[in-house]
Ligand binder design. Structure first.
Ligand code: ADP
Ligand code: MG
Length: 560
């Protein structure tokens, strides 16, 4: 075929324009996209070769090579994968076949703010090379075709591209980027290596680059003709559980978390079904310093088919599990998925639900079988987990069982099931009190009657407790009842005589009560005779349903 000049499909022109003008702030992604295409091409060859081993020709080892030429200002990404025929090059690099692209375009055109995030939602892929390249040349030969059937495709990424037949012995594809003025930073082995290890470390094929060597005479690093892999070429999470040792899991955790301490627990699963993904999730042993920052993104990395997509993909985990670290590798999401798209995706929702259940399962297991470890976990992360009570109604019951409290019986580690098991005959509610500190809670006069009757009361001193309890009304069918609110009704716990005595006292004290009501008119809603005190003469309570005194003090402190 002689050299032909063809025009890009109209949508491609629009995409090229948008990509080169809007994705500039994140330009290094071009390398991820091109390496990922190279890896796809090798996967396709491997697949076709299942039926036709001759396609491997004399090169059965699939690999990707990346190098640059500082003088010519080019970067080349070479694969020995499936390659393209001339027709395929025209179709794949000149038109967009993917469904969904048109809808994205329509959405983009209808949208007023054409920001980079929106653009990130559709196929950047191959065309992202034009962010840094003023010209891209592709030289390719399809596996199994004659050397005379090579193809050269070339374009400046504006209106049209050229194709011609060339002689090419090498199977597969070279993508050559002729860098724009000002993009010289990419002409560096160190730079390219660091981008590849950032995004493509877990590509299952080796990505090779020329080895660098220190030259004593020139006093600089020089390129040798030896090639060395710059990625690990095997993703730990893609390997079967039985082939990964505990030490390897631990090491991987250190790599992804930068945490020197061993994790508390981890879980590794391949989930099959409507949504397919692999998860490798870790619960750290120690809280990071910025745990309290709710805007901090999560610690779960998203991969799509072993290609790194993004760090801290918060849509994959609920906020209250933001301490979880690990990797989720989806088989269904598109490679160019953006944060915005993640929020809306049904697959992501299924992944989040599945992963949340796995993490809760891990915690339940530790709580059940390694009580000391769980106590330590609770100290580090308990207050964060409590946020889940108000945020994740689906799992509220499971979360409630994982809660640990101090109580009038034990200073720590009391679970709701423990409490319920210790409830007195006739006790209908789970009693609690909130305060700033354990000492303040313990010394509260409101506890007197409960002490006297030997009824356990939970002592809640975390800042989130009030908020949490506004979402947790009951546990195991038993209402949670503040001892500092309303007229505590001890119900069946109070015997007839006590009730009669209380009524008699109330009657006798009526004149006093009336006087107190009169003098406290503007400051107290009501004045009542109470049975909750044993030693103290009086205490302040709030009405059922009103803000507790503790919460009111907290809000006042916060200036509200
Ligand atoms: P995607 O990878 O999502 O399909 P791209 O824009 O990245 O979209 O690539 C478009 C198409 O071009 C690919 O689907 C493939 O058919 C073809 N292609 C790109 N790079 C290569 C390559 N290195 N080898 C073979 N085909 C390629
Ligand atoms: Mg691609």
């Amino acid at each position: 075929m002689d050299k032909q000049t063809l025009s890009f499909q109209a949508e491609v022109k629009q995409i090229l324009h948008l990509v080169t003008h809007s994705l500039y702030s994140n330009k290094e992604i071009f390398l991820r996209e091109l390496v990922s295409n190279a890896s796809d091409a090798c996967d396709k060859l491997r697949f076709e070769a299942l039926d036709n081993a001759a396609l491997f020709e004399d090169q059965p080892n699939l690999e990707i090579r990346v190098w640059f030429d500082a003088e010519k200002k080019t970067i080349t990404i070479r694969d020995n994968g499936i390659g393209m025929t001339a027709e395929e090059a025209v179709a794949h690099l000149g038109t967009i076949a993917k469904s969904g692209t048109r809808e994205f375009m329509a959405k983009l055109e209808g949208d007023q703010k054409k920001d980079a995030n929106l653009i990130g939602q559709f196929g950047v892929g191959f065309y992202s090379g034009f962010i840094v390249a003023e010209r891209m040349t592709v030289e390719t030969r399809r596996a199994g075709a004659e050397a005379s059937q090579g193809v050269r495709w070339s374009s400046e990424g504006t209106g049209d591209f050229e194709v011609e037949t060339i002689e090419r012995a090498q199977r597969g594809t070279d993508v050559i980027l002729h860098l724009r003025e000002g993009e010289e930073e990419f002409l560096s082995a160190w730079k390219l290596k660091s981008i590849i290890s950032k995004y493509s470390d877990h590509i299952s094929l080796p990505v090779l680059m020329p080895k660098q060597k220190w030259d004593e005479e020139k006093k600089e690093q020089v390129t040798t003709d030896e090639w060395e892999p710059v990625n690990k070429a095997a993703a730990l999470w893609t390997r079967p559980k039985s082939e990964v040792t505990d030490a390897q899991y631990q090491e991987f955790y250190k790599q992804i978390s930068y945490d020197q301490e061993a994790p508390l627990a981890y879980t590794h699963n391949r989930v099959e079904g409507r949504t397919e993904y692999t998860q490798l999730l870790y619960v750290p042993a120690k809280a990071p310093f910025d745990l309290w920052n709710r805007d901090k993104r999560g610690g779960v990395k998203l991969y799509v088919k072993r290609v790194f997509i993004m760090d801290d993909a918060e849509a994959l985990m609920p906020v209250y599990l933001r301490f979880v670290k690990g990797v989720i590798d989806s088989a269904d999401l598109p490679l160019n998925v953006s944060r915005e798209l993640l929020q809306e995706s049904r697959d992501v929702k299924a992944i989040r639900e599945g992963s949340t259940k796995k993490v809760l399962g891990m915690l339940e297991d530790v709580a059940e079988n390694q009580k000391d470890k769980y106590a330590e976990f609770w100290k580090q992360f308990g207050a964060v987990l409590k946020e889940g009570i108000g945020e994740d109604f689906q799992n509220q019951e499971r979360l409630a069982k994982l809660l640990r409290f101090a109580s009038t019986t034990a200073d720590e580690g009391v679970s709701l099931p423990d409490y319920v098991a210790r409830m007195k005959e006739g006790q209908e509610s789970i009693y609690y009190i909130t305060a700033d500190s354990l000492a303040a809670a313990k010394n509260s006069p409101q506890l007197e009657i409960f002490r006297k009757k030997g009824i356990e009361v939970l002592l809640l001193t975390d800042r989130v407790d009030e908020w949490m309890l506004s979402h947790l009304y009951e546990f195991d069918g038993k209402p949670l009842q503040s001892v500092a609110k309303g007229g505590v009704d001890l119900g069946k716990l109070q015997d007839e005589e006590e009730k009669k005595a209380a009524e008699a006292t109330a009657e006798a004290l009526k004149p006093l009560i009336d006087r107190l009501k009169g003098s406290l008119q503007d400051r107290a809603k009501d004045v009542r005779v109470t049975t909750r005190l044993v030693d103290s003469p009086a205490c302040i309570v709030v009405d059922e349903g009103d803000m507790s005194g503790h919460l009111a003090r907290m809000l006042k402190q916060a200036g509200q």
